[in-house]
Design a protein around this ligand. Structure first.
Ligand SMILES: [Zn+2]
Length: 333
């Protein structure tokens, strides 16, 4: 079974929300195969019908020998800066649309929901609705709400709800550190997002997230961003300061193996580092379909590896995801 864990989707129903709130993410479909995404009035990205058309996605999966895609909202639609009520409405429309996609093609799609994380109670309620009522398998979140990082204690009830519902958490950055320095050369994509993921993961490790929530299934996008490369230094800092060792009994590199990651590294050598530091059985193929930075074909770096045998490649390409997400059981239902 081959599964692409990291793909994005936007239901067409989002289009009818246009102009509902001034600074909302907005979808404008201007031709059957072309649409524009805006954030407020600012143009964000041109997208095509692969972002909303199930049959195009299935045709691509068939072409690449993929059995299934896990679909997530497009991160620009998190809308954490909007008023809570607006965020809740957008999340509900997206989640209903994703659930509809999954319901109509349960063997080809599984879905992650969006939640209004600016209001933790509302986020917990929407996650519960999405998992219990809509059958989605978890949630995609960003790394922060305004200036408040997800490692902040404010989000404890949210992690608790994720754990109770056994919902997957997929951390996919939407903001980035040092914005003023990343304006040129599209550095946001190349340097900003992976750094953001690495910093956020380091905060969560050092803050003891997994000691408090040992059953949490937490997936990092983009091969964990910079995290795998930070781990030896995190260990060195932890070893050097008693206050850190008191707060976190386990070595950071050991705790990091509680995360799951996608395989989106674009590179065989980098993929090998992620496997070594996070664990072969904790990685799932992810491509970022259908966006310009996607790995094409999905799983290219896995296939290109000369050190992984076929059994290891099969784990990365889908067997891990089927086990971690419970998807094989789902398709046999
Ligand atoms: Zn992505």
């Amino acid at each position: 079974m081959r599964i692409d864990f990291h793909t994005h989707y936007i239901p067409r129903s989002v289009e009818r929300l246009k102009n509902a709130h001034a600074d909302w993410p907005r979808l404008a479909i201007e031709a059957p195969d072309c649409g524009q995404l805006y954030r407020g009035e600012a143009h964000y990205r041109t997208i095509d019908d692969r972002s909303w058309d199930a049959s195009r996605r299935i045709a691509d999966m068939d072409r690449w020998g993929l059995d299934m895609q896990v679909v997530s909202p497009i991160p620009v639609t998190y809308a954490y800066d909007c008023p809570s009520e607006a965020g809740r409405e957008l999340a509900r429309v997206q989640n209903d649309g994703i659930a509809e996609l999954v319901r109509s093609n349960p063997k080809r799609f599984a879905g992650l929901c969006s939640v209004p994380l600016q209001d933790v109670d509302a986020a917990c309620a929407e996650l519960e609705r999405a998992v219990r009522d809509l059958g989605l398998i978890g949630v995609e979140i960003g790394s922060a709400v305004g200036p408040v990082d997800v490692a902040n204690e404010r989000f404890e009830p949210f992690w608790q709800t994720c754990e109770q519902l056994d919902g997957i958490v997929f951390l996919h950055p939407e903001r980035f550190p040092g914005a003023a320095r990343l304006g040129a050369h599209r550095l946001v994509f190349s340097s900003g997002y992976p750094s953001e993921t690495g910093i956020t993961a380091a905060q969560l490790i050092m803050g003891g997230l997994f000691a408090r929530h040992p059953k949490l299934r937490f997936v990092l996008a983009h091969g964990g961003g910079t995290l795998p490369w930070l781990l030896p230094r995190l260990d060195q800092v932890w070893s050097s300061f008693a206050d850190l060792r008191e707060a976190l009994p386990q070595r950071p590199s050991q705790v990091a193996r509680s995360f799951y990651c996608d395989t989106l590294t674009y590179d065989v050598a980098n993929l090998a580092v992620v496997i070594e530091r996070i664990g072969l059985e904790r990685l799932m193929l992810g491509s970022d379909y259908p966006f310009p930075l996607m790995e094409d074909p999905p799983g290219k770096a896995i296939a290109a590896s000369s050190t992984l045998d076929d059994e290891c490649k099969a784990l990365l390409a889908g067997a891990n995801a089927a086990r971690i997400l419970g998807l094989s059981a789902r398709t046999n239902r």
